[in-house]
Write a protein that binds this ligand. Structure first.
Ligand code: HEC
Ligand code: HEC
Ligand code: HEC
Length: 109
């Protein structure tokens, strides 16, 4: 299994990225102390690691729990923002919460 050091989260294949929120980078290396299944919540412990966007396909409805937006932003601790927010509330060192702090500012350049 080859875990990419960095992944680029963008629109599912065949679709155009959002004009303002084009691409977001996530570093596996910087999340090395976070357990794989905290993010890869559908991983059973063996077999393949699927892309989030293989299942989180719907890009129209931001309130749909299985949609593309929620995977990264929901209040659930599986999501990027949800985990960072919960950790921050406990005063633990974590990642960004605001849109332009480490996620979408690169996308807007
Ligand atoms: C902080 C969240 C997070 C953690 C922790 C994490 N990953 Fe990932 N991983 C992702 C995201 C996000 C992607 C890209 C998904 C996408 O493009 O839809 C990804 C992609 C992958 C891919 C590539 C999948 C593909 O088909 O391109 C593999 C393999 C992978 N992760 C394995 C691991 C392993 C093994 C661990 C634990 C050692 C781990 N990941 C920990 C979030 C995480
Ligand atoms: C095999 C399909 C599948 C994959 C792969 C998958 N998810 Fe999910 N995800 C779901 C389903 C289905 C749900 C709805 C709740 C449930 O059944 O667990 C969900 C729910 C969620 C939620 C909760 C949404 C809410 O409303 O609070 C988050 C966050 C999430 N997924 C993030 C991710 C991330 C991040 C990845 C990739 C690292 C990922 N998912 C990979 C299918 C998947
Ligand atoms: C389960 C918790 C958790 C989830 C989910 C999570 N992160 Fe993080 N993230 C962390 C922690 C903990 C750190 C701080 C790591 C450190 O500094 O040692 C971090 C740090 C970061 C940083 C700052 C790293 C740097 O460059 O200095 C970024 C950016 C980031 N996360 C993006 C993401 C993205 C994008 C996702 C979703 C694909 C994600 N994170 C999902 C826990 C999480």
């Amino acid at each position: 299994l080859d875990v990419p050091c960095k992944v680029v989260i963008t629109a599912p294949e065949g679709e155009d990225p959002h004009p303002r929120f084009g691409k977001v980078e996530m570093s596996h290396a910087k999340h090395r102390n976070v357990s794989c299944v905290s993010c890869h919540h559908m991983f059973d412990g063996c077999g393949d690691f699927q892309k989030c966007a293989d299942c989180h396909i719907d890009r129209d409805d931001r309130s749909y729990e299985r949609g593309f937006y929620k995977a990264w932003h929901s209040e659930s601790e599986i999501s990027c923002r949800g985990c960072h927010k919960a950790m921050k509330a406990k005063n633990e060192q974590t990642g960004p919460i605001g849109c332009l702090q480490g996620c979408h500012e690169a996308a807007q350049k």
